[in-house]
Design a protein around this ligand. Structure first.
Ligand SMILES: Nc1nc2c(ncn2[C@@H]2O[C@H](COP(=O)(O)OP(=O)(O)O)[C@@H](O)[C@H]2O)c(=O)[nH]1
Ligand SMILES: [Mg+2]
Length: 205
């Protein structure tokens, strides 16, 4: 199945469940700490400059953004965690919002985690990964900003990330950079292999 990435729209930036779109396509949610590169990834894989807002200062918006990709796939940009300058109230609001989505969305097909390829995953990254391992058949992690590392450093860090997140056989860890064409291909290869294919199989039988 081919997806036309020119046919994309931001359906809504939702703050509560009642605002989630009433759609039936499979959803891929992107989770990660603020500033890890979620918005940049969305722009990169949809070949757009500024569909998703990339911010210099992390964590301003606490919304769940639903991007309808060609009526076939929804990319869901979850609010980032781990933004130190947030108040207790904001952190609570974040928790409620993200749980509400993760626990009540039947269309959700995979939570894809983004971690910064340069750093050891944080406690919050590990907690997110544990949640994914509990709820999904396997986990998918993208290691972002890999253009900032040499090949050798990247290889070492991918091992460190695998270990820190306790990734298992069958889990997927993919290096990602907005500056590299391979990353665009790698993302869509994952989507076409794991998401749209499965969908077709289900439809067939
Ligand atoms: N060098 C490099 N910078 C990146 C990459 N992805 C994101 N960034 C930068 O990281 C910062 C945060 O990105 P953003 O997409 O807003 O992160 P979000 O908070 O997770 O949505 C911005 O300054 C981006 O330009 C990447 O692959 N390579
Ligand atoms: Mg963002």
């Amino acid at each position: 199945m081919k997806v036309n990435i020119n046919n994309v729209k931001l359906l809504i930036s939702a703050v509560r469940r009642a605002q989630y779109p009433n759609t039936h396509m499979p959803e891929i949610a992107l989770a990660g700490r603020s500033n890890v590169g979620k918005s940049s990834m969305i722009n990169k894989v949809l070949n757009r400059k500024s569909l998703a807002r990339v911010s210099g200062t992390p964590g301003k918006t606490i919304t769940i953004n639903f991007y309808d990709v060609d009526n076939q796939l929804m990319l869901v940009d979850l609010p980032g965690y781990g933004y130190a300058a947030r108040s207790k109230k904001e952190v609570e609001a974040w928790g409620t919002m993200i749980n509400e989505y993760l626990e009540s969305r039947p269309q959700l097909c995979q939570v894809v985690q983004l971690v910064d390829s340069r750093h050891k995953p944080s406690r919050e990254d590990i907690a997110m990964q544990e949640w994914i391992q509990d709820c999904c058949a396997y986990s998918v992690v993208f290691a972002t900003k890999c253009d900032k590392l040499s090949k050798t450093q990247l290889a070492a860090n991918l091992e460190m990330i695998t270990e820190t997140l306790s990734l298992r056989e069958g889990d997927i860890l993919i290096p990602f950079s907005v500056k590299q064409k391979e990353s665009f291909d790698a993302f869509w290869e994952y989507i076409e292999g794991c998401v749209l294919e499965e969908d077709e199989e289900e439809a067939e039988g």
